[in-house]
Design a protein around this ligand. Structure first.
Ligand SMILES: [Zn+2]
Ligand SMILES: [Zn+2]
Length: 149
């Protein structure tokens, strides 16, 4: 079974621990991402310091993820393997609560948060909902210089 490495928080206010784990398989609606980089946000420190209630434990923190799609869930057609994607803090929203239905999913009654209530990006691999992963382009847009007329 292929394995991955992850930095795991077992309990708030303790150091992250490097662990080998089986590479997770993407379920319906998910993609497996080979992590290229993951930022450190103040929110991650709040999770580690125990300043946010009820994290999933153990949890892999990290929600500012950029990586490459490494495997697709059985129903996922919208990504190619190798596509570069980002993964946001709001890992999933329910889609049916009054907030979601009025375009305010950031207030969702049943959210899933990357690196807090779902394992995040301080790992070689992570799972994410494909519908929430923006495709990214690392190529800078060509700058057009035009002289004022
Ligand atoms: Zn953040
Ligand atoms: Zn909702």
């Amino acid at each position: 079974m292929p394995t991955m490495r992850a930095m795991v928080l077992d309990r708030p206010k303790t150091p992250l621990v490097l662990r080998e784990r089986p590479v997770p398989q993407p379920a319906a609606g998910q993609v497996l991402i080979a992590v290229e980089a993951c930022g450190v946000c103040r929110t991650d420190l709040h999770v580690v310091d125990g300043e946010l209630p009820d994290p999933k434990l153990p949890v892999v923190p990290g929600h500012e993820i950029v990586g490459r799609v490494a495997a697709l869930g059985p129903d996922v057609r919208s990504f190619a393997l190798g596509a570069r994607v980002g993964v946001p803090w709001l890992g999933e929203a329910c889609g049916v609560c009054p907030y979601c239905r009025s375009g305010r999913e950031n207030l969702c009654d049943a959210p899933v948060f990357t690196g807090y209530t779902r394992d995040g990006g301080y790992a070689t691999h992570t799972l994410a909902a494909h519908s929430r992963c923006p495709k990214t382009s690392m190529r800078p847009k060509p700058r057009r210089c035009s002289a004022p007329a």
